[in-house]
Design a protein around this ligand. Structure first.
Ligand code: JD8
Length: 264
């Protein structure tokens, strides 16, 4: 998979030299290229921004500079592997594990990192008009100063799903936001007793069926407490009697095939 990142702060992406993504790059599983947007400026001040039409605070990133950069990096839409343009923006669709799974299936992703008040809107319009798939994503309901941190988040999220990146692909299955649609259960390791706090006995029992049931109960209870929206989205057909018992204890009931909070 090829990933290009265009930014005025290339050093921000240095974190992707580390850890699993770093290893994936060295192993050739991920061809990640970071570009400085200023390489596509034409003036001696390497200007990338200008004042906003319609007035207002701050500066806007120029379309002409971004246009030249994306023409070079994104390539043309009728290439054999046309790039999928990803633009981090606080006004984007909220990025989820589903989006990460979809992007992990791409051959070529280009991430355009904005700064200032954002990128002139015609840059995305022109890429779409040229036939490129364009996704504008937000990583959450808070405001950052630019797109680089979001780029790090998204590239790690889909990069770790590439075959061979995560050592034991099985560990991808049981994760939060995975296929089960639940948050993860709590995890423990040695020592069995620490600061007067003991590891739950069931985990020391070696009784795999009981351990699996305990972990499922914990994941259900945790999800009900922290993410009721995820419980409401669960497919009832995928729940067994024990699941429904735990959810009932957490205030949920099945009503016309859907999970609903028991009316107060
Ligand atoms: C891209 C410029 C800063 C945003 C004026 C502060 C994503 N979840 C998210 N929060 N913020 C961003 C984000 C912020 C960005 C850019 C993404 C480019 N800014 C701007 C508008 C208000 N400044 C983000 N993904």
């Amino acid at each position: 998979m090829r990933v290009d990142v265009v930014t005025i702060f290339p050093d921000y992406l240095a974190a992707l030299d580390l850890s699993l993504v770093g290893k994936a790059r060295k192993a050739g599983l991920l061809d990640l290229r970071v570009h400085d947007l200023r390489d596509w400026t034409t003036d001696r001040h390497r200007t990338v921004d200008d004042t906003p039409f319609g007035g207002g605070a701050g500066m806007v990133m120029r379309p002409d500079v971004w246009g030249r950069a994306l023409d070079d990096v994104l390539g043309s839409a009728d290439d054999d592997a046309p790039g999928h343009l990803v633009v981090p923006t606080p006004s984007g669709e909220v990025f989820t594990q589903r989006h990460a799974e979809a992007l992990a299936g791409e051959e070529h992703v280009v991430v355009a990192c904005g700064r200032y008040e954002g990128i002139d809107a015609r840059v995305v319009d022109r890429a779409r008009a040229a036939g490129h798939r364009v996704s504008e994503f937000s990583i959450g309901d808070y405001v950052l100063n630019g797109g680089e941190v979001a780029a790090l988040v998204m590239i790690e999220a889909f990069g770790r799903l590439l075959p061979g990146v995560v050592g034991n692909p099985h560990s991808l299955v049981e994760e939060s936001h995975g296929a089960a649609g639940l948050l993860e259960y709590p995890v423990y390791t040695k020592p069995p007793a620490w600061e007067g706090l003991d590891v739950p006995d069931v985990l020391l029992s070696g009784h795999h069926a009981r351990i699996e049931r305990w972990r499922r109960d914990q994941a259900l209870a945790r999800t009900a407490a922290r993410r009721p929206d995820m419980i409401a989205a669960l497919d009832v057909a995928g729940l067994d009697k024990a699941d429904l018992t735990v959810l009932a204890e957490q205030g949920w009931t099945v009503d016309s095939g859907r999970l609903r909070p028991v009316a107060e």
